[in-house]
Ligand binder design. Structure first.
Ligand code: ATP
Length: 368
């Protein structure tokens, strides 16, 4: 099988839109002017809550849904008018959709048989793909004799056997239990590293997106809120939606006192901080939000910090304790390491709040 690393072998979405007829007769905009470029061999996840339009994008790329406006190109060629089978894509769905009465081998071979590929060639590539996903020894079984994780790996082998230019995944791990999810996720990562197909992966699970992707497009209400590497998305979110959706973040309204070339000097709750990381737009306003991840917010004795809070509750969770603190009228979550023998602050007690400036980030103080 050829690896998909040829130049120009990529996916491009330009101002893609999809409107559906709503039950009340009006129109619902499921996908709202989305543009996205995916490089050859790149793994891009569409991450967002239910109903944000992820599946609709995938279905339009696959040719199962016609865009209302906008363009889709695969490998430099506009494919809007092409039927699904001419788009050179592979699909892996949440439901494995295997033929129950065919063997594992025949399920994977099916598309090749339809295309009348020579038998010996089909056999060789089916065997190669089954061995790649670790199922070479189960080729003669029927799907009912396999676990959910194994069935999803058959679906992966079936998608890969045609050497697709673009591989599309729609929540492929949703039907698996937690342990299998991690296993099949590792399998997908390994197969991607080996064959380097261009991938669009739809999920609402941030850890799946973080662990698999080269880049993540975080979506809300039919729009892309930010596209970036997992590190960008986590450490340098562009807005509140992204910061909130990925990981657990605290937001503190803060005032910009000074703009320097290497940072913004901001004031909140009696403390002044020099923050070197900020999202576009936050330097234009005096009112911003200081974003501090839960795990980066420290609770210290009151005398050790100029920022103070009142403990409103705590929850022991084994590896750590979560503390709810009221700081300047906001509630914030902080993590206390349980292993260090730190005394748990009692409810109502006054504590100091501390964080490293290098771990804080500033975003505009707007609704999104
Ligand atoms: P989920 O994770 O729940 O699958 P999603 O992010 O994939 O959600 P979509 O399935 O793309 O979201 O749906 C986006 C919006 O479009 C939703 O409001 C949905 O109700 C609407 N929608 C999707 N398909 C249709 C359809 N065939 N007719 C009418 N509305 C639709």
């Amino acid at each position: 099988m050829e690896t998909s690393t040829t130049q120009g072998n990529d996916l491009r979405l330009v101002d893609l839109e999809k409107e559906f007829q709503a039950p009340d007769g009006g129109m619902v905009t499921a996908v709202n002017k989305i543009s996205l470029d995916v490089a050859p061999g790149e793994f891009v996840s569409l991450l967002g809550p239910s109903g944000c339009g992820k599946t609709t994008i995938l279905r339009m790329v696959a040719g199962l849904e016609q865009p209302t406006r906008g363009e889709i190109s695969i490998g430099g060629e506009r494919v809007n008018e092409l039927p699904p089978y001419k788009r050179n894509i592979g699909l892996v769905f949440q439901s494995y959709a295997l033929f129950p009465h065919k063997t594992v081998f025949d399920n994977v071979a099916y598309s090749q048989t339809l295309r009348k590929r020579p038998k010996a060639e089909t056999k060789a590539s089916v065997e190669e793909m089954l061995s790649l996903v670790g199922l070479g020894h189960l080729a003669d079984r029927s799907p009912a004799q396999l676990s959910g994780g194994q069935q999803q790996r058959v679906a992966l082998a079936r998608a890969l056997v045609s050497d697709p230019r673009v591989l599309l995944f729609d929540e492929p791990l949703s039907n698996l239990d937690a342990r299998l999810r991690v296993q099949v996720r590792a399998e997908i990562r390994r197969v991607h590293q080996r064959l380097r197909p261009t991938v669009i992966y739809v999920t609402h699970d941030q850890s799946e997106a973080m662990s698999l992707s080269d880049r993540i497009a975080v979506m809300s209400s039919g729009q892309v809120m930010q596209v970036g590497t997992p590190q960008d998305i986590y450490q340098r979110p562009d807005n509140r939606f992204v910061a909130d959706f990925v990981g657990s973040a605290n937001f503190f309204p803060a005032r910009v006192l000074e703009r320097k070339s290497d940072g913004l000097v901001v004031e909140f709750s009696g403390g002044t901080f020099n923050i070197g990381s900020w999202a576009p737009g936050s330097e234009q306003s005096d009112n911003v939000l200081l974003v501090i991840r839960q795990e980066h917010l420290e609770i210290v004795p009151e005398s050790e910090s100029s920022v103070h809070g009142i403990v409103r509750g705590s929850e022991f969770l084994g590896t750590h304790t979560e503390c709810l603190i009221e700081v300047g009228g906001q509630t914030a979550l902080a993590t206390l390491d349980s292993s260090g023998g730190i005394e748990l602050p009692t409810e109502g007690s006054k504590v100091g709040i501390r964080f490293q400036e290098s771990r804080a980030h500033v975003i505009p103080n707007s609704p999104e």
